[in-house]
Design a protein around this ligand. Structure first.
Ligand SMILES: Nc1ncnc2c1ncn2[C@@H]1O[C@H](COP(=O)(O)OP(=O)(O)OP(=O)(O)O)[C@@H](O)[C@H]1O
Ligand SMILES: [Mg+2]
Length: 362
């Protein structure tokens, strides 16, 4: 029976450096939960604590409400698909998958049946008697997945399981992992630095930065409603424009002044506290901007560069903000493409501009 996982105020220090900083996450039974963040943000460290390979400095981890802090790794009944958790080279595919079941001293008939089932699931039944060196990278990764699932884990832990594979195999295995996870209904914690992978495969995602969890939400919310400046800059293409908060109205709208002196009205992103007279950052996605003739409202920008990408056209406008503002135009029949050097009005979709306290890092 799969279990829920509670990560409660977990901190991990290596000497004086903090790798994971007071992280709390509640993961429901059967949920596909992903830790997403760039290299060194603490993803593997957190996963290794859940696995029991690493002891936290403080905080608790529970499986189904039961504290497991002192339970050794091999008694936590987790299935592990780690990059460095290789298959056994001297055992066949079937023997690799049977390994965990043999350790658990299950009857031979049961083991054989289970192994067959698992190999069918990952579509390797025809290769059961091969050795790992006779398999492709993607096939080897599927053996690891089958071995992890064969023990009927309470929790499945995966650390960048697809990162060594080519694009085609990665996309294929990605949807396969999700399908198998759904079929098993097994609680899964998945680690990746690939945001597209995280947003496509997960029920919910935790975006991490420097040991901290920045936001926990469903993929759509992470993209449409980023709650910190880090998430707004990390997830998807975005224009982040430095502004100063000139005035704050009672209804929560702020008047923000751009470096050019132009002003725009916008709301604070959820959870952000703005202060009058301080520096802030305006966030506006490239596809949320319409173009209109110069001087017809919005923000005035001069076109400096065009990139034709087929279905979309990226137009770069100089707004005197130091960095060009990207507008993404649909490459549709009849689209009016502006000319380099032209000035246009950039008109944000209603509600699409949001404000974050503080300045963007260059
Ligand atoms: N055994 C260790 N001793 C000292 N520092 C460590 C140790 N393991 C990890 N760290 C440090 O902790 C931080 C987090 O490392 P971690 O491996 O969790 O990052 P990650 O998010 O998995 O990164 P990547 O995407 O590169 O795998 C890093 O700064 C790393 O150098
Ligand atoms: Mg890692």
């Amino acid at each position: 029976m799969t279990k829920s996982v509670s990560i409660e105020q977990i901190t991990k220090k290596f000497d004086s450096s903090v790798a994971v900083n007071n992280v709390s996450i509640e993961i429901g039974q059967g949920e596909f939960f992903t830790l997403l963040g760039s290299s060194g943000c603490g993803k593997t460290t957190l996963l290794r604590m859940v696995a029991g390979f690493l002891q936290q400095s403080s905080g608790h981890i529970r499986f189904d409400r039961k504290i497991i802090d002192t339970v050794p790794a091999h008694e936590r009944n987790t299935g592990m698909v780690f990059q460095n958790y290789a298959i056994f080279p001297h055992l066949t595919v079937a023997e690799n998958v049977a390994y965990g079941l043999k350790v658990r001293k299950q009857a031979k008939g049961d083991i054989d049946r289970e192994v067959r089932k698992m190999l069918e699931l990952v579509r390797l039944d025809h290769l059961a008697h091969r050795l790992p060196r006779e398999l492709s990278g993607g096939q080897q990764q599927r053996v690891v997945l089958a071995r992890a699932l064969a023990i009927r884990p309470d929790v499945l832990l995966m650390d960048e399981p697809l990162s060594n594979l080519d694009t085609e195999m990665r996309l294929h295995l990605r949807s396969e992992i999700r399908a198998i996870q759904q079929q098993f209904g097994v609680t899964t914690i998945y680690v990746t630095h690939d945001q597209e992978e995280a947003l496509l495969i997960s029920d919910r995602v935790a975006v991490m930065s420097m040991g901290n969890v920045e936001q926990i939400a469903r993929p759509g919310d992470i993209y449409l409603n980023p709650q910190t400046l880090f998430v707004a800059s990390f997830i998807g293409d975005n224009n982040l424009i430095p502004v100063e908060i000139e005035a704050l109205a009672a209804d929560g709208t702020a008047s923000a002044r751009l470096p050019s002196g132009e002003r725009t009205e916008a709301r604070a992103a959820t959870g952000q506290q703005l202060t009058q007279g301080t520096k802030a950052t305006l966030s506006l996605r490239p596809q949320d901007i319409d173009l209109a003739p110069a001087g017809t409202g919005g923000l005035q920008g001069k076109l400096t560069e065009l990139q034709f990408l087929g279905g979309t056209i990226k137009a770069f406008f100089d707004l005197g903000t130091g960095k060009p503002v990207t507008v993404s135009l649909q490459g549709r029949h009849g689209t009016q493409i502006p000319v380099i050097g032209e000035t246009r009005s950039l008109i944000p979709l209603p509600g699409a501009t949001t404000l974050y306290a503080g300045e963007v890092k260059a």
